[in-house]
Design a protein around this ligand. Structure first.
Ligand SMILES: Nc1nc2c(ncn2[C@@H]2O[C@H](COP(=O)(O)OP(=O)(O)OP(=O)(O)O)[C@@H](O)[C@H]2O)c(=O)[nH]1
Ligand SMILES: [Mg+2]
Length: 444
């Protein structure tokens, strides 16, 4: 079997190159991997996707019949060099091909059952590989962009909806989210409302707000309440721990101050200890450092006496580093099933990366997401779209570097007022999404 290799920024670019080379011939992708290339003295290298593939003839003359029988070298995806579409499972399929189309065995007979099983296995293992997740996510994005572009170019689209589509896109809402809002507008808004753009955007803001999941704080915690923050590096976990400690540990907002303790699983990072200890000393909060399961278990038991709440800070983990994520997961299992896990994500993260972060941190069973660095972006559509799509809710938001001031309990209105190019009718939205003052954090 002759195999070929193509490199590109992403799968789309690789397929374009394959198409240039082989026209509309069918291909079978055998392997995908990221390779680094170039760079000056090893600095600033470029990461490229490398696709290994072979040409497919039709089923009667199958060029990879030997491979189809080999379970050790499965073929992750099939596709045409010419065009791509994704099947329900995220795999690439030739346009128009049935979702369960199968490869052909060495005898020329379709091996539907085994290939279905094979495909499931491949997709399951692909679902754990961040590199493949990235590729799948980008392919899905390409498809969504094409779908929305087609939808918004409809000649008979009302001008208000065209304008709304543009504003949603500029705010980085995903094509799927944008399409859903436009579809709802087409269905629900009569012509007199469509003719009034202000009214159209008010409705759109309401619909966006409805899709922002807000995490309801459990009022009846076991004592002490264990709250853990996990997430990628540098997103603001430690700063948020300090903000939370100040919020729950003082009588601001009319709450009874709670006795807080902090544990940090961050003993490896230079300066990490000093960072949180300085804050702990200032606030009179005890801070413990641990780096393994046993010590965490012991420290939690010891700290539990007299504590209302134990905040656990963790070392930032790259979502690409499955091994280190696994180690952190193992250490945190010392907390038992009652710990509340919050995943911290910066609002500046692009949508496809948020998807990967959510997926890679899923084993931590996080109950909610903390969105940080709201002050650093005017585009929140990425965060809103992905969280809505994945059904995740937000517990807190932070919008600045000042400890303890720059934190709030999550609220739909806070997201809506951050959107660019929308004129927010605050009064109307406050009625639609009322603020429970007792839950607000008011430092300012
Ligand atoms: N603008 C802005 N900066 C923030 C916010 N939250 C945190 N930061 C800044 O982000 C940087 C990293 O914050 P940390 O709290 O150390 O982040 P971390 O997630 O603990 O980092 P690691 O422990 O290295 O993974 C610091 O400079 C913070 O001041 C925020 O809401 N807005
Ligand atoms: Mg930290």
């Amino acid at each position: 079997m002759l195999t070929y290799v193509e490199q590109g920024r992403d799968l789309d670019e690789c397929f374009k190159k394959i198409r240039r080379r082989f026209g509309d011939k069918r291909v079978q992708v055998l392997e995908q991997r990221f390779v680094t290339e170039g760079g000056l003295l090893g600095l600033f290298p470029r990461e490229l996707l490398e696709v290994k593939y072979c040409l497919l003839s039709d089923g009667r003359n199958n060029p990879f019949s030997a491979m189809a029988g080999s379970r050790s070298s499965p073929a992750p995806y099939q596709g045409y060099a010419g065009a791509l579409s994704t099947d329900a499972g995220g795999g690439l399929m030739p346009p128009g091909a049935p979702a369960n189309s199968s490869t052909v065995t060495g005898t020329g007979q379709p091996a539907r059952g085994t290939d279905e099983e094979e495909k499931r296995k491949i997709l399951a293992s692909a679902g754990k590989d961040p590199a493949i997740l990235q590729v799948l996510s980008e392919v899905r994005n390409i498809k969504e962009i094409l779908d929305t572009a087609n939808a918004s170019q409809k000649a008979d689209e009302h001008p208000s909806l065209r304008r709304l589509a543009g504003v949603l896109r500029d705010n980085d809402f995903s094509p799927a989210f944008t399409s859903a809002i436009l579809e709802r507008a087409r269905k629900e808004l009569p012509l007199d409302i469509l003719n009034d753009y202000e009214e159209v955007q008010d409705r759109a803001l309401e619909w966006i707000g409805e899709r922002i999941g807000i995490h309801e704080e459990n009022q009846f915690h076991r004592r002490p309440r264990l709250m853990v923050l996990v997430g990628p590096t540098g997103v603001g976990k430690t700063s948020t721990i300090a903000k939370l400690a100040a919020f729950y540990g003082t009588d601001r907002a009319g709450r009874k101050p709670q006795t807080i303790k902090i544990i940090t699983i961050d003993a490896f990072k230079v300066g990490a200890k000093a960072q949180i200890e300085t804050f702990g000393n200032y606030m009179g909060i005890s801070v413990e450092m641990v780096d393994n399961y046993e010590d965490l278990r012991k420290v939690v038991v010891l700290s539990s006496a007299g504590a209302d709440m134990i905040l656990i800070d963790t070392i930032g983990k790259s979502p690409r580093d499955s091994k280190k994520l696994g180690e952190m997961h193992q250490i945190l299992s010392a907390l038992g099933p009652h710990a509340e896990v919050h995943l911290v994500i910066a609002a500046t993260t692009k949508a496809s990366d948020i998807e990967i972060i959510l997926q890679q941190f899923e084993p931590f069973n996080f109950q909610a997401v903390v969105i940080t660095k709201l002050d650093e972006t005017y585009r929140l559509g990425n965060v809103i779209s992905v969280l809505a799509d994945k059904g995740k809710s937000v517990s807190y938001i932070t919008d600045g570097q000042k400890v303890p001031r720059d934190i709030q309990i999550a609220h739909a209105l806070r997201f809506l007022t951050c959107l660019d190019d929308f004129t927010v009718n605050r009064e109307k939205l406050e009625k639609r999404f009322p603020c429970d003052e007792s839950k607000m954090i008011r430092w300012r």
